[in-house]
Design a protein. Sequence first.
Length: 213
Amino acid sequence: MIDDIWVDDAVTALRPDFAVLVICAYGLRNGPSDDRSRAWLADAAARAVPLDDARIESWRAAYRAFGAKPQRTRPSVDALVRRMPLPEINLVVDAYNAVSVRHGLPIGGEDLRRYQGPARLVRAAGDEPSDEVLGDPEIGEVVWRDDAGITCRRWNWRQCVRTRITEETVDALFLLERLEPLSLEALRAAGDDLAGMLSDIAPNIRIESRLIG
């Protein structure tokens, strides 16, 4: 699965500095938010990147480059920083949301068992299948998708219902996305942070990772 994930050339032409650290975690034992994940969220709120941080502004510029208005449909890390205190969702989602705002990068979390075919980041043709939550994509919009349709619109703005991580999720895919000025070393550090939190949730998980870009 992890070796089949790809990023289309049209996306890298738009932002040559784009890279994504893909992490697959197998054997999770997710559950409702608890005192441990609440502590992660509180720590993240205390150490969140500011809204005027260059790492967030870089994502706003990327949205403008494909025609989106970031003040209306915000990059996920931008939206999260504005939502302090972070909402409690479940253990796994709390973990990657905390890492996102602490490190200043968008992170997508997906239920691997609900995927049909490999994940890929492409520029939309405009006719890709989508659900009611996402709505129809615009031509040229950057989207994550699989064989069944769009899994996340506008790069990392909004996720579909089908692949969301729930308390029943056992195998998960995480997409940690990078634009400059976030360094590749900082991207890997965010991945290590997330992997450690996932291992705290489920000590016997198996984790694979791959850097694309």
